[in-house]
Design a protein around this ligand. Sequence first.
Ligand code: ADP
Ligand code: MG
Length: 479
Amino acid sequence: MTNMEQDRWSRVKGRLRTSVGEDVYTSWFARMDLESVHDESVHLSVPTRFLKSWIQAHYAERVLSCWQAEMPEVHRIDLSVRTAMRAAVPVKDASVPQIDPRRVERADSRPAAELRAVATAPVSASHDALGGSPLDPRLTFASFVIGRSNTLAHAAARQVAEGRRGDPVMFNPLYIHAGVGLGKTHLLQAVTWAGNSGNERKVLYLTAEKFMYGFVAALKTQTSLAFKEALRGIDVLVIDDLQFLQGKSTQAEFCHTLNALIDAGRQVVIAADRPPSDLESLDDRVRSRLAGGLVVEMGSLGEELRLGILKSRVAAARAHHASFDVPEQVLEYLSRAITHNGRDLEGAVNRLLAHSKLNNQPVTLEMAEREVRDLIRPQEPKRIKIEDIQRVVARQYNVSRSDLLSSRRTANVVRPRQVAMYLAKTMTLRSLPEIGRRFGGRDHTTVLHAVRKIEALVAKDVSLSDEVESLKRQLQNEP
Ligand code: ADP
Ligand code: MG
């Protein structure tokens, strides 16, 4: 891909981000890559079938118009699923994380044929039998950098990974949640690699998507006895991106699987982008079962952790490209500038590597600044939780949080409650029914009424509008 195409692509992504907002962008578009541009058509790719169908169903027009704003001649967007990479179990205890040179080049273009060749590499038996999701050989404990925000999650994951067949299970399920790019998949795959490399236990890693389309379908064609038999072979079930689990029958299967495994003393590990209580589409029984184990949140990556991740990535790259060197000054610059997530840190190292290889130039600060410009974002909006909103609103109006959730209808709690529901609707991605549930089991129409009411009041009541603004600021700025 030419530099011009790269630049264009960066600008299109910028437009898309502005157009759909940061949250939607990171949920659906962060992993979209440009494959090629030919005359009137642009070829983009995403890593999963689910993302592809979601983007096609909801954002096809939007993506096209963002392209047209840059290149009016574009009339078609082709979206494909990138061939997943499968690889053999890595050497146990490899202390140097591996980086696959093919993946590095991928930053610019990914030759499909080459990847298909990789896709036929052997995987562990249990993955084949039950259709596990592909694993990335680089995502191991050895390459996982520990910092303040992930110490607990890492320790819990390690504990799970080191368990032996028949050991009592300490926390079940282990539920890890965090925003995009903060290391969930890395940690889950590390558990899977570590568990399977001893070959003592069978660890099955599935994305929720794989669970929906593959696993459930496969199980449905078998008798329930065969189903139980197959499950008996799994010691640890690892499910990634649970927030994507959709559909009543899938959820019923999931619930069934979860119960069967937990009751049989098998370990379940789950990752999602939100806590169990916020998984709106799951029914209460599943939610409470999920919350019944250990729930750990991984926070955003601190600067020190970002520096550690960069160093680990550079060290991995150096294993294959001995001449690649990134001065300390550049690493520090990157760790300060790229605050968003680990995916962008990885991208930055890949670009520096590609650039220094292709142009045969050492990495300098100027080059780094140029190469990562589009990865540097304005102040990141914070992930706001309904509990935070309730806490901050209660404090501001001097009522208790339980007042807000109660059915009391006195004026001194009705208004704060409406304000809190309004903020929940405007500052989070939660749906009206979910907000109602979180406010003491109210109906979604009550929430809608509150939202409309406050919207109308804010438009004409200056002091209320100031109050709301101040609440928003407090929520954005509180740690
Ligand atoms: P998530 O699944 O939470 O969206 P990933 O696990 O895919 O995020 O992480 C995104 C990128 O950041 C990956 O390249 C991953 O290796 C890297 N990363 C995130 N956290 C860490 C960490 N603590 N140590 C090393 N790499 C990390
Ligand atoms: Mg992930």
